[in-house]
Design a protein around this ligand. Structure first.
Ligand code: GUN
Length: 298
């Protein structure tokens, strides 16, 4: 194995400690304790485990978390009503509606109901639009985490060619915007399910970001020697040797890619822990703005 393994868990722990210090400082200076509302409709097992981890991380950072669970059949109107009441609640600074929603919901309409000032996921059109035009905004947590991982691991982006695999609103699209911003200054190619020859593009990448949601998307032969490989995939693949019958796998063939790459993120323990850390950062940022607006009498 040649690549340096980027330890997302350790970098996320560093960030979470920084957030916890920021929370104490904000609370002692202004009396504002950051609060995050996590809304889960239904009981999809992966979503339950994500929201539980988010709430635990909030508590560890000294934040308040509001755990809102709705039955899968609560309905669009009930969910919209909850979001609106959270928008109006002064103890709630950040709102996260866990996606995907159960069948029958209009997720985009729910996202658009979240107040942009509390949109710590950065998914509202206001925040997405601000990201696209380079204005201050909440940056979606997973792409934000990838950028922070690259920066803290010492992976240079300026002047380099980044290939992003995936064009989702949550990961691929915002990452392409972030990498091409002046502060990162990478040249970006976005590949997706309509790309005829993925391997040809990946072979030219100095930085590969795999966010396709499909195991085995990036194989070792596609990786240019010395490239940095960031694996955003979180796939449950069958594994009879595990008691629960599955294991987590990323989008990249880890062992083969690690032979070629200079840096690589593992799954689990790479990008995943960073997503939660960035959620805490965004919630602290929202609470700071709330406190500053209060001080100005806004
Ligand atoms: N589902 C998968 N990732 C995310 C995320 O970052 N935010 C929300 N709200 N739902 C998700």
């Amino acid at each position: 194995m040649k690549a340096k393994i980027i330890d997302g868990k350790a970098i996320a722990a560093e960030l979470r400690a920084e957030v916890a210090a920021g929370v104490r400082e904000l609370e002692s200076a202004t009396g504002v304790k950051p609060g995050l509302a996590v809304v889960l409709a239904g009981c999809d097992p992966a979503s339950v485990s994500y929201v539980t981890a988010k709430e635990k991380a909030c508590a560890e950072a000294g934040m308040r978390s509001f755990d809102i669970r709705l039955p899968a059949d609560a309905g669009q109107d009930a969910l919209l009503e909850r979001v609106r009441s959270l928008n109006a609640d002064p103890e709630v600074h950040g709102i996260l509606v866990q996606l995907p929603l159960p069948p029958g919901y209009d997720a985009q309409a729910v996202i658009e109901a979240i107040s942009p000032e509390k949109d710590v996921d950065g998914f509202t059109p206001e925040n997405m639009g601000r990201l696209a035009i380079g204005r201050d905004c909440f940056i979606p947590c997973t792409p934000h985490g990838v950028m922070e991982l690259l920066a803290r691991a010492g992976v240079e982006t300026a002047g380099r060619h980044a290939v992003v695999i995936g064009r989702s609103n949550i990961v691929g699209k915002p990452l392409a915007l972030l990498l091409s911003r002046k502060d990162a200054n990478a040249t970006v190619t976005v590949c997706h399910t309509g790309t005829p020859d993925l391997a040809e593009h990946v072979r030219r990448a100095d930085i590969v970001i795999a966010a396709a949601g499909r195991p085995g998307t990036v194989t070792g032969d596609m990786v240019k020697p010395g490239a940095a490989v960031v694996d955003v995939g979180v796939n449950r693949v069958p594994d009879a040797t595990r008691e629960r019958g599955w294991r987590l796998a990323g989008d990249c063939d880890f062992a083969a890619c690690a032979e070629k790459a200079s840096f690589i993120t593992p799954v689990p323990g790479g990008v995943g822990p960073m997503t939660i850390a960035m959620l805490l950062c965004n919630t602290l940022q929202a609470a700071r703005r709330f406190a500053a607006a209060g001080a100005r009498g806004a």
